[in-house]
Structure formats: C-alpha cells, structure tokens
Design a binder for this molecule. Structure first.
Ligand SMILES: [Mn+2]
Length: 257
C-alpha cells in the first residue's frame, strides 16, 4: 500500500500537509509516500479559514513555502512530484486528477487536514474485501441523497483506501462528475446546489456517485482507523475538516511538540 497526498502553493495547505506528513512518519517509517505538489499560483485554494491557520503556523517551525517543504520531505523520505496546473478547474480538489499517474494497486489517499496517530499499514489487510473505503460524508448524515438507497451512506473523500484498479477509475471519473454537477448537467446538480453553498461538496458527491454507478465493492472505515470532524475515541487517522483544523492543531500537535 502506498499513501498519496496532493497540495498546491497555498501556505496554509503546505503547513497542514507538513504536519500530517510528520505525524504519519512518526508511526510509519517504512510506508511509501508520494506528494503531488501542484504549481497553480494558489488559484484553486478554498477561501476558508486559511489566514488564521497560516498565522498560527508562522509562530512554529512549520514549512509554509516550497523550499522549506522540500527539505522536510527529503528528511522524511517522502517523494515529491511537481506538476504545473493548466486545468480549467473551479475547485481545489480537482488537482487530484494528477493521481491518474499512480500505478500502484493499493492506494490510501490522505487529505492535508489530517493527523496520524498510529501505524496504518494494516489497512490493506483490514479492508482487503473492499475496493473503495471511506468515511460517511456530512450531507449523507444530514440529507438523504436522492437516488441513493437508504443503506448507502454517501462518502467523504478526504481519506480513501482503494484497490483493484478502482483508484485510477475513480480519479478518471472525477472531472466529468464535478463539472456536470456544477454546470447543471447532472440529475443531482439542482439538489446539490440547494443543500450546499456554491455547489461545494461536489468532489465528495462524485466519489459516491462513482461507487454507486459502477457497483464498486465499498466499505466504511472503522472508527478506530479513521474519524472525521470529531474526535470521540482513539483513532489512527483524524480528518479534521479544514474549518476545525486549528482546534485540533492546538490540541494534538503544538501542545505536544
Ligand atoms: Mn479535508
């Protein structure tokens, strides 16, 4: 199993991914990790909570630019692949399209707004019966998505384990789903615009649509492995969701430095 991340030139994201990689390496010395560093002049950053995150990092020794980040990756034995973005995209997460190049069979995708607390190499064994594994998404909890069955809880796509060629197929499906949802060409477009400001969450919804439309063998992460948004008990990976990031940074990282 390999771990993959993607980041752009936004200092807040560079800081967040640096913290995530430090925590990952602390418990996973042998895992292969690849980061796609996308040069996009910060074009595709989401415009939330980023300034306060940067000012918090700048008082600590957290990389906020490429040179400092590159040194950290060398130290942590993390491979960086630099790519230039010429995609006509409306959403940061579409930088994930560069993951098309990933050939490995078992892949764990990790967002930058995460903390890792344990060794995670057992994921490939624990989830060997599934092709796509993630945590349930927020709007899967608050709204039922029209056209999904009751028992299908839609996914958050911040931490995703894939195998069986599903990672590549999923990545290749993202762009069309996202642009169709945004442009009103998908049957769920109207619904998503009605429950989510600026049609946000289309990247997560596209993951759920991909799994649902292609009969992918899906599962959900156990709470001991991945938790999202809330931290209720011990877990290997906490996906904070960016607006909550600073609370957890103070709780888990800065305090214990
Ligand atoms: Mn996230």
């Amino acid at each position: 199993m390999i771990c993959v991340y993607v980041v752009n030139e936004e200092p807040a994201y560079i800081g967040m991914i640096s913290v995530s990689l430090k925590t990952l390496r602390a418990y996973n010395p042998n895992l292969k990790v690849i980061v796609y560093f996308v040069k996009d002049s910060k074009k595709d950053s989401r415009k939330i909570s980023l300034n306060s995150i940067v000012s918090c990092f700048s008082t600590y020794d957290v990389p906020l630019n490429f040179d400092a980040f590159f040194s950290l990756c060398e130290k942590l034995n993390v491979e960086i692949r630099i790519r230039n973005s010429n995609l006509n995209q409306k959403y940061y997460s579409l930088h994930r399209l560069f993951f098309k190049e990933i050939q490995e069979e078992k892949v764990l995708l990790i967002d930058s707004d995460t903390f890792i607390f344990e060794n995670i190499e057992h994921f490939s064994e624990s989830y060997k019966d599934f092709e796509f594994v993630a945590t349930p998404n927020e709007y899967g909890l608050h709204y039922s998505v029209p056209s999904f069955s009751e028992k299908f809880k839609s996914f958050n796509s911040g931490v995703v384990f894939c195998q069986n060629g599903i990672f590549q197929k999923w990545i290749c499906s993202i762009e069309k789903y996202c642009s169709d949802l945004y442009d009103g060409k998908h049957k769920l477009s109207k619904w998503l615009w009605s429950v989510s400001p600026n049609c946000e969450g289309r990247e997560e919804l596209s993951a759920s649509l991909f799994v649902n439309d292609n009969n992918v063998k899906y599962g959900y992460f156990a709470e001991k492995d991945v938790q999202m948004g809330n931290f209720s008990s011990n877990t290997a990976i906490l996906h904070t969701l960016t607006p909550n990031y600073l609370n957890f940074l103070n709780k888990f990282f800065i305090r214990n430095k």
